[in-house]
Design a protein around this ligand. Structure first.
Ligand SMILES: O=P(O)(O)OP(=O)(O)OP(=O)(O)OC[C@H]1O[C@@H](n2cnc3c(O)ncnc32)[C@H](O)[C@@H]1O
Ligand SMILES: [Mg+2]
Length: 205
């Protein structure tokens, strides 16, 4: 029975959201920093490939099952950029603020009706580093990119991501609302199903 897993992420915003999303689970979820896991090189070409790379890397170093999240923002008017490069969009020394500034610059001439975008989240879970049957799932969350940052919650591109159904940015949403609607929240719903199915398959639930 899996009782302890490593969360293969160095992103404080993600770790905060996962601690809320895992709150009702009966397992211990430990950040990779507790095992001195270095950041893996994200050499994949898709969110799913990168999530698997990160999960295998954290599991190999920690010796524990590992879950990784690879996520990012795809802007339609930019042909899906920054996509898997979302964290590195503004180059070496990228920060959330620099990434947001670069995105606003790239969309400067694009009118509001053409600023549709989506957040994507891929989750990959491995029981051991070379697990041949990882649990993999993904989800997206649609919105629109504003012309100036609004809101203080969340992280990353949240202050620019306007959620039509709520009439505010994801950085203005109460955290329990983001944790119900977001790409990460939706991927977690799928992950929970896969997890339960795999535990049943193993005769553990
Ligand atoms: O790889 P790890 O260690 O998990 O941390 P990271 O920050 O490098 O994470 P990614 O490689 O998955 O890159 C994700 C990027 O997409 C952005 N992003 C992902 N989910 C987001 C969310 O819920 N709200 C705002 N931005 C998000 C985030 O700010 C990063 O720039
Ligand atoms: Mg990363």
């Amino acid at each position: 029975m899996v009782k302890k897993i490593v969360l293969a992420s160095g992103n404080a915003g993600k770790l905060r959201e996962f601690s809320q999303l895992f709150a009702s689970w009966l397992i211990q979820v430990l950040p990779q920093s507790e095992f001195e896991v270095s950041d893996a090189e994200e050499t994949g070409l898709s969110f799913i490939e990168n999530a698997l790379i990160k999960a295998r890397h954290a599991s190999r170093i920690s010796g524990l099952p590992a879950l990784a999240d690879d996520s990012g923002l795809a802007v339609d008017a930019l042909n899906g950029a920054p996509g898997i490069y979302s964290a590195r969009y503004s180059g070496a020394g990228a920060t959330d603020a620099l990434n947001n500034a670069k995105l606003l610059q790239a969309l400067k001439a694009v009118e509001s009706t053409r600023r549709s975008a989506s957040f994507h989240c891929a989750l990959a879970f491995v029981r051991q580093w070379d697990d041949p049957v990882p649990l993999v799932c993904s989800a997206k969350w649609s919105g629109r990119i504003l012309s100036q940052p609004t809101g203080e919650q969340g992280f990353g591109y949240d202050p620019l991501f306007f959620v039509e159904s709520e009439g505010m940015t994801s950085a203005e949403l109460p955290r329990e609302v983001k944790n119900r609607l977001s790409h990460r929240a939706q991927a977690m719903v799928q992950f929970e199903l896969l997890w339960k199915e795999s535990m049943q398959g193993a005769g553990l639930a």
